[in-house]
Design a protein around this ligand. Structure first.
Ligand code: ZN
Length: 508
């Protein structure tokens, strides 16, 4: 038998020959660029329940089947709500002179019925008192919210960074949104949404917004509530590149006659409100262990201004490739290996949380289903396109020595850090909430925070292909090791019943 086994401390065994075979398969037969091209360039942006999202569900299903995976296909997790797609977006200044603008609609907002030409009014702050102050002047106008960031500073610092040895040592808690914080944020967003409906009722024809900190034509988009059944869409809302936004703001302050032309066409889809994930498996082969499962994944949904390459095409690309590597090596895992790519992450981890509720239990009562004890671990990748530098333990001390041994063959690839810390705000949290070991890898930041996350620059060209290859190899290794070891991965004590951080009933 071709099994070379190194016995290291903690007696965690590692199949070094298999680790080499995984590296070789990626080096010689990588499909990373093919997967990346299809998920981003070909499918397009993947806002949950949009046509692009559905194209991606179908492409992944077909691809998993082509690779020989079993049980491949979309799986409903509950009700998400309306789909939405931007089909046309032209925004230009017509007076005092012509200037086309970089702008994107906020998701799930209305389009204009036709091309509109209108004057601009500035509002000091978007609240009902300031809307009332504008009185009738708002009728038929485009409203610009005065930016609190009226100057763009020079960009002296590089945008892309990698971790250094010292930044890895200091690897501090990523900010985790707890229930309490989200309980404050959601009503605030709901108030903003209602304010926009009020502005619409006063006769404004469109709203312009910008995001502080954005620059160089990069636009960060979002959108709230419009997908929820029972919520009507608010007025056409354009998120405008800050350079163009501030140009408008200065002209308005100088009392120049400013006129814009806007043609935004958005389409809503209401025939199927169901939310879907996509899953596929390599079946386990050990009669005693094949009912146990190792899971891996990331979220498939994206925002709509780019093609969701780094958020989170990257996680889908790397985990799909990890699964392909293991299938190509015909590993015959003892436990079943299951990939799950989630929908609705950007709106509140809906896809993964819906899956967890359906299969494992609800954190709010902790009444657990039998499947809960069969999941050894869930590995998530959702911090951009940077290579893997290690893994967050999510406070699971008992997994520390195991992961340290598993990372040893990859020290040469830069992955060495096992951090006890939590990492927040993505899909492994749904698993952690019901006591299933859920882990997020530590990744090099690259230009994720500065440039691509939720932006119009989140496109194929901002993927670091070699980094994704490295990530696929390490994920394949962790999944393989989890599938083959004698025991399930150790667990933390079960959490106390508590409503999941993102679990809200709409309408509020
Ligand atoms: Zn993400």
């Amino acid at each position: 038998m071709l099994l070379s086994t190194a016995l290291v401390f903690s007696q965690e065994k590692i199949d070094t020959l298999m680790m080499q075979r995984i590296k070789d398969e990626e080096k010689n037969n990588s499909q990373i660029t093919t997967i990346a091209h299809n998920i981003t360039d070909v499918c397009g942006s993947r806002l949950t329940n949009s046509p692009g999202y559905n194209r991606a569900l179908d492409w992944i299903t077909e691809t998993l089947k082509d690779w020989g995976m079993v049980n491949a296909g979309r799986e409903a997790w509950g009700e998400f709500g309306k789909g939405w797609n931007n089909e046309n977006c032209n925004v230009a200044m017509k007076a005092p002179y012509y200037q086309p603008f970089i702008a994107y609609p906020a998701a799930w907002t209305k389009g204009t019925a036709k091309m509109i030409k209108a004057k601009v009014v500035v509002i000091e702050n978007l609240d009902s008192a300031n809307i009332d102050k504008l009185g009738d002047t708002v009728k038929g106008k485009i409203v610009l919210i005065k930016s609190g960031y009226p100057a763009i500073k020079s960009a002296f610092n590089t945008q892309a960074i990698r971790h250094t040895d010292s930044s890895l040592i200091k690897m501090h808690d990523e900010h985790m949104y707890g229930r309490k914080e989200i309980e404050q944020v959601v009503p605030f967003l709901e108030k903003m949404y209602k304010t926009k409906l009020y502005l619409q009722s006063k006769g404004a024809v469109a709203l312009l917004v910008s995001t502080g900190g954005s620059r160089d034509g990069t636009v960060f988009v979002d959108g709230f509530f419009g997908y929820v059944k029972g919520y009507e869409a608010s007025l056409p809302e354009l998120i405008v590149a800050r350079e163009h936004y501030l140009l408008l703001q200065r002209l308005m302050a100088d009392n120049k006659p400013v006129e814009l032309e806007i043609n935004v066409q958005n389409k809503f889809y209401t025939n199927d409100l169901t939310g879907y994930n996509v899953v596929g498996e390599i079946a386990g082969t050990d009669p005693n262990l094949k009912s146990q499962v190792v899971m891996l994944g990331g979220h498939l949904d994206s925002w709509h201004s780019g093609t969701g390459a780094t958020d989170n095409g990257a996680g889908c690309i790397a985990t799909l490739e990890a699964l392909r590597i293991l299938k190509a090596l015909d590993i015959r895992p003892r436990r079943t290996i299951r990939i799950a790519l989630w929908g609705g992450e950007e709106q509140g981890l809906y896809g993964s949380f819906g899956y967890v509720k359906k299969h494992f239990g609800d954190p709010k009562d902790m009444v657990l289903k039998p499947e809960q004890k069969n999941i050894s671990a869930y590995y998530n990748l959702d911090n951009g396109s940077g290579k893997i530098r290690g893994i967050f333990l999510q406070n699971n001390e008992a997994a520390k020595d195991i992961f340290k041994v598993w990372l040893e063959p990859f020290a040469g690839l830069g992955a060495t850090t096992v951090a006890i810390n939590n990492s927040g705000s993505t899909d492994h949290i749904s698993f952690d909430a019901v006591g299933i070991p859920g882990f997020e890898f530590i990744q090099d930041p690259l230009e994720y925070e500065t440039r691509t996350h939720h932006s119009n620059m989140d496109t194929y060209d901002h993927l670091a292909i070699d980094d994704l290859k490295q990530a696929a190899v390490i994920i394949a290794a962790f999944v393989y090791n989890t599938a083959m070891r004698d025991e399930l991965l150790p667990r933390k004590p079960l959490p106390k019943p508590e409503r999941f951080a993102f679990d809200f009933d709409f309408p509020l």
